[in-house]
Design a binder for this molecule. Sequence first.
Ligand SMILES: [Zn+2]
Length: 427
Amino acid sequence: MTGINYFMSKYLTLGKFSFGMGDRFAHQGKAQLQACVKATALGAEFIPVWNKSNREHTFIGTEPSSLRAEADAAVKALGWKKSYHVDADHIRLETVDRFIAPSDFFTIDVADSIAKPAAAADVKAFVDRHPELTGKISIPHIDRPFEITRAEVERVANKFLLAVQDAGKIYQHIVKAKGAANFITEVSMDETDSPQTPPELLIILAAIADEKIPIQTIAPKFTGRFNKGVDYVGDVKQFEQEFNEDLAVIAFAIKKYGLPPSLKLSVHSGSDKFSIYEPMRKALKKFGAGVHIKTAGTTWLEELIGLAEAGGDGLEIAKEIYAYAIEHVDEFCAPYASVIDIDKTKLPPASVVNGWSSRQFTDALRHDQKNPAFNSSFRQLLHVSFKVAAKKGDRYLNALKKHEAIIAKNVTENLFERHMKPLLLGQ
Ligand SMILES: [Zn+2]
C-alpha cells in the first residue's frame, strides 16, 4: 500500500446518507431521531449527526459535552442500532479543544483563510507536483472537458492552498488528541463570498489529498443564496448543473488521489432549501452518490411552532420572543447579514402579533410556501432570535418540557416530511 492510501485508510467511516441536525436547546434529540427511524423504515436510511457550532454553544451557554449526552440519550431511548455522530460544527484551531472528547465528527472551517496566499514556494511546489491539473481534463459525466491553464492552477492555489494547509494543521491536532481512527473529517468552505466552481473543487481536493486529510465530506459554497430557514434563492437550473459537476469531480478525485471512497458533498443548507431537493435527489441517484445535508435552525423554529400551537402559556412565550426580537431587529440580524433577506415592511408590529391566535402565529411561521399567510421575513427574524429564548432560561426550558408532545410532533414531521422524504424518496 502506498503511503497516501495507508494514511487515508485510518478514519471512522460515515454512512452514505447522513442528516445533520442542530438542536439549540438540546430537548429535541428523540423527536429528531424519530424522523431518521421513519425514513429508514421507508428505505431512505439517514445516519443521524447532531451538529452544534462554537457560536451556538456560546450564545446558548452550553458545552459540547451536552450535545453528546443528548445524542446518546436519544439513541438509547429509541433503541437506534445504526451509527450516529456528534459534529463539532465549524471549528477552528482556536475553538476545537473543548469539542475533541465528545465529538466524533469535525467540520473544519477554513473559510477565513481563503484568498490569503500561501507561501510562494508552496504554491509553486503544488503546481509542479500536479501537471495533471493543467490542460484538458476529461471527467466522466461532464460534457465539456475542463481546460485549465497552469496560470489558472496557480491562481486557484493562491486562493485556496493556505486554507487547505490550515485544515491539515487542525486535522493533525485532532489526530494527536483523539487518534485518526476515531473520527470523521469534513472541510467546510461555505461561509465565504464567492462559490467554488467545479474545476476549483478538483484543485482543492488535490491539495487536500496532498495534506493527507481523509476527508469524507466537503462543504463548498454553492451558487445562489442559502438564507437562514427559508427556501433557496437563485437559479435552480444553474445549481443543478453545478451540483452534478461537483458529484462528477468528487467521483473522479476519489480515484485519482486515493481519497476515501465515502467522500461526498455536505450541503450546509441553512435549513429548508426545498426547491433544490428534487434536482439533488435526481443527481444523487444518477451518480449513486451519498450526501450529507446539514440543517440547524429548522428545529428551533419547530419548537416555537409547537409552543404557539399549544396555546396558553406556550403561545404567550412565542409572542414574547417575537416582541423582543422585533425591538432588536438590527442587533439580531447584524451577525447574519449575508445569510438573511428580511423585508422590514413585512414584519408585523408586536401589538398585532400579540392579538394573534395559535393558528395565525403558526401559519405565519410554518414553512409552507403554499399558505398565503406564510411570512418569510417573520420566519427569518425568529430564526436568528434564539438568544431571546436562551435569556428566558428555565422558563423557556420548562415550556419545552410541558409541551413536549406537541413540539415533538412538529419537529419529527418537519424533518421527515419536508426534508428526508423529498431528498431521498421524492414527493
Ligand atoms: Zn456552514
